[in-house]
Structure formats: structure tokens, C-alpha cells
Design a protein around this ligand. Structure first.
Ligand code: TRP
Length: 466
């Protein structure tokens, strides 16, 4: 299909609307909120947030992260959903259409591209880590950790990481499940998958918070999370916090734009974005309240890195009544939370492939799946065969994570903010977001506050402020 609309100049929205008459839609507001919350709530909240908080010294980092969510994350979430819904297409196509509408350069579509590509890169390590969670369903369920000491649990995790074949097995399983759901389509696949699992995840987190309260170190955990010591905060920590705000809200990875494209016109973008942001933050903080008390109660190191979750929680499950059952359930929920996020990391690429080459979802999934599988080997080997091969002190996984979260996502977020605030007309954004004081606050934030804050954080990270 040479004559794709991306290859000729776009005259406005008419043509885009016409070419997407058959584009899928969520069944309603609730379906979108669930799917977008499913995308946001994932490994980022339960696995990554606690371990990076541990590495960066605790509460001061948490405060910066919360500020980033409020001043940058939620306004940008609104912007992305808005761009998707108004463009009614995959990210490159939606960006090109809206740039056309605003009389701006069609090169803005590259920004959509970066999003699709970022999602792709992220998923390559995401499936591997989600694979750990799936493996732990069986380990915990089998009672492997019953009465185990911290050391034994640590050794068990070490053995998992040391085996490339085991990691490939579980990672491939997650990838296959993700592609299977995406191949089924937006309503049959995505929407059905997110419906039941999100409430279950919440419930289990609450049970675990209850358990963490009994460890005798709950207050110490809370202090670590909420009692800031700004001396511990480096410029790089600030950038990591910013990057994590992007990561945890699924921003700048194409996902929210693509999900926005399936959003019915009547739904309020501001309200849904606030709901998604609140739920996502709540889950992250609850996960921290579970994990840090356990870290302190068992004399573990908060800065232990990516393995933190996998060496703290099993200790708790090994000691609590019915721990094997709760543990298995917890890792089921974690796997499902990861799965509902993984879907949103590949959906942009699939939407683009099906739109651009007019191939079926199944073929698009197969094609991107093979590439993804190969790329994921880089992360698998980062924990064993290539552990010693580092660049600037980072493994393949470490480098990929750092590059995407700390640089690519905040940078493309900056451009998305500029696009929504300065390129799109006031009329266009007002039509999507509605008028009123809330709109004016959003517009001021996205035009001035978000871009300035992102730039300041970059300058801070490269040492401009000393
Ligand atoms: N938000 C998810 C998490 O916290 C990860 C994720 C899903 C994501 N889709 C994304 C991150 C798009 C960036 C961009 O686990």
C-alpha cells in the first residue's frame, strides 16, 4: 500500500477520520479507565518504585517523584490521551494528522515514532522481569520459601538469574501471552483481560500492608518512605525520579496515545487522567509500605537493586500463615499487572503495523514478537553470560533502562508537552478537554511548568547547578 496517508501531506482531520471508521473503541469510560490503569499499574509500581527508592535513599526521592507526577505526569497523561483521541490513530499517524490540522511540520510524526520504538525497547526487558514474577508463582506456591532465611531466599533468586534458559523460558511465556491477548483485539483481548484483575491486586496489597504492620519495623519503613533527607539527593536521582514518573504512568511510550485513540468522544479526559494517576500512585506507595518494613525487619539492604522485591516478599510469605497460598496469589497478581502493562507496550507497534501495511493483527503480533524475543535476550544475558560486559558501568539491561527512562522518555515528554501546549491550537485542545478553570490550569502547566521543570532537571543532572 504505497498510497498510505502518511506518505502524502495531510490536509486535516477529515481524511484521518474517514480512514479509521472501522478503528476499534473501548466499550465505554470504565473500560478505558481499567485498561489505562492496567497499563500504568505494573512492574513499575511494585518492583521498580521500591528498588529505585531504596537505591536513591528514600523519602526525598519519593517527594521529587510525587512532584513529577503532579506537575508533569498528569498534565502529560491528559495531553497524550487527547492527542490519541483527536488523531484517532496510532501515534505517528495521530501526530502527523494533528500537526497537519495545526499547519505545522509533518515531521512531528517522528515523535510518535519515538514513542512506538520506546515501548518496544521497554517491553524487551519488561517480559524478562515479568517472567521472574511468573516463576515465583510456582516457587512460592510450592512452599519453597517456608521458614526460609533471608540468605536462602537471596540464593534462590541468584540461582534463577544465573540460568539463561530458565529466564528465556519464563520470558517467552510472558511474551506469548501478551501477543496472544493483543492478537485477539481491543475488546475481545485487551478489555476482557483487564476487567477482573485490578481489584484483586489492590486487595492483596492491602493484606500485605496488614502483614507488614506486624513486623515491628513498620514505622521504620514509613520513615524511610516519608521522612526526607535532601542531602541524599543527587542530580541523577532527580532525573531517575522524573523518568520513573514517565515510566509508571506509561507516558512517552506510545501506549496512552494509542489507548486514547480508542476512547469514545464523550468521556472526560481530565477526570479519567486524575483517576489513573491517583490509583497508580497509591499502588506504588502501598508497595513501598509492604517492602521496606520487611527489608528492615530482616536486616536487608534497601539499595539492593532490581532483586529487592524478589528477596523481601518471599521471606514474608515463608513466615505468615497460609503464606504459600498468599504468596502464589500475590505473584499471580503481579504477573497480571505486568501483563496488562506489557499489552500497552506492544499495542502501539501493532496498531502502526496494521494501519501502515494493512496486515492482520495476528501477523503484526507475530512479526513484532520475533524481533522482541531476540531483543529480550540482551536483558536475559545481562544477569548471567554478559554480566561482566558493561558500558559506563551498566549492563545491557541497566543501559537500556537508563537510556529509555532517564533520557528518551523525559525528552520526548518535553516535546509532547510543547506540541500540546504550543503547536495545537487552543480551540483544538479546548474541544477535547473542555473549558473552565481546570482547562486553564492544564494549559498553563503544559505550556510553562512541565517544559521548564523537565529542562531544569536535565540541566541539574548534567551538573549545571553544581
Ligand atoms: N506503566 C507500566 C509500569 O509501571 C509500564 C508501561 C506500560 C509503560 N506501558 C508503558 C512505560 C508505556 C512507558 C511507556 O509497569
Amino acid at each position: 500500500m504505497e498510497n498510505n496517508s502518511l506518505t502524502r501531506p495531510l490536509g486535516g482531520l477529515g481524511q484521518v477520520a474517514a480512514s479509521t471508521a472501522a478503528s476499534p473503541q473501548w466499550s465505554g469510560r470504565m473500560a478505558f479507565v481499567l485498561a489505562a490503569t492496567g497499563s500504568a499499574v505494573g512492574l513499575g509500581n511494585i518492583w521498580k518504585f521500591p528498588y529505585i527508592t531504596g537505591e536513591h535513599g528514600g523519602a526525598a526521592f519519593v517527594l521529587v517523584y510525587l512532584a513529577c507526577i503532579l506537575v508533569i505526569g498528569i498534565p502529560l497523561l491528559m495531553a497524550e490521551v487527547m492527542i490519541g483521541r483527536r488523531g484517532r490513530h496510532n501515534p505517528p499517524h495521530a501526530m502527523a494528522a494533528l500537526a497537519g490540522e495545526a499547519g505545522a511540520s509533518p515531521r512531528w510524526r517522528w515523535l510518535g515514532w519515538v514513542g512506538v520504538l520506546t515501548g518496544f525497547l521497554l517491553l524487551s526487558f519488561y517480559v524478562v522481569v515479568a517472567g521472574w514474577a511468573v516463576a515465583y508463582i510456582f516457587d512460592t506456591g510450592a512452599g519453597t520459601f517456608n521458614t526460609a532465611t533471608g540468605e536462602q531466599v537471596g540464593a534462590h533468586f541468584g540461582a534463577l538469574l544465573a540460568s539463561p534458559l530458565t529466564l528465556i523460558f519464563w520470558g517467552s511465556l510472558v511474551l506469548a501471552l501478551t501477543l496472544g491477548i493483543v492478537a485477539l483485539g481491543v475488546r475481545q483481548g485487551l478489555e476482557r483481560a483487564v476487567n477482573l484483575m485490578m481489584p484483586g491486586l489492590f486487595l492483596l496489597l492491602l493484606v500485605l500492608v496488614g502483614y507488614a504492620m506486624t513486623t515491628g519495623h513498620f514505622m521504620q519503613g514509613l520513615a524511610f518512605l516519608f521522612n526526607p533527607d535532601f542531602g541524599k539527593l543527587s542530580g541523577n536521582s532527580v532525573l531517575v525520579a522524573l523518568g520513573h514518573a514517565f515510566f509508571t504512568l506509561s507516558l512517552a511510550g506510545g501506549g496512552m496515545m494509542t489507548y486514547g485513540a480508542y476512547l469514545p468522544g464523550k468521556v472526560s479526559i481530565a477526570k479519567t487522567a486524575l483517576t489513573i494517576g491517583l490509583l497508580d500512585t497509591l499502588v506504588a506507595l502501598l508497595a513501598g509500605m509492604v517492602i521496606f518494613p520487611l527489608v528492615f525487619a530482616n536486616g536487608l539492604e534497601p539499595g539492593a537493586g532490581p532483586g529487592l522485591l524478589f528477596v523481601t516478599l518471599p521471606i514474608a510469605f515463608g513466615q505468615m500463615p497460609l503464606g504459600a497460598l498468599f504468596g502464589a496469589l500475590f505473584f499471580v497478581m503481579l504477573s497480571v499487572a505486568a501483563l496488562t502493562s506489557a499489552i500497552s507496550l506492544i499495542e502501539p507497534a501493532v496498531a502502526w503495523l496494521t494501519g501502515r501495511y494493512r496486515i492482520s493483527r495476528a501477523r503484526a503480533c507475530l512479526g513484532s514478537g520475533v524481533l522482541m524475543w531476540l531483543l529480550s535476550l540482551g536483558t536475559v544475558f545481562s544477569f548471567n553470560l554478559w554480566e561482566q560486559h558493561t558500558l559506563f558501568g551498566k549492563t545491557f539491561f541497566g543501559g537500556l533502562d537508563y537510556l529509555t527512562s532517564s533520557w528518551i522518555m523525559p525528552l520526548s515528554g518535553l516535546f509532547i508537552a510543547l506540541f500540546a501546549g504550543w503547536v495545537m491550537s487552543r480551540t483544538a485542545t479546548e474541544q477535547e478537554l473542555g473549558r473552565g478553570p481546570g482547562y486553564r490550569l492544564w494549559r498553563f502547566t503544559i505550556r510553562y511548568l512541565s517544559p521548564v521543570f523537565i529542562v531544569l532537571m536535565f540541566l541539574n543532572a548534567i551538573g549545571v547547578f553544581g
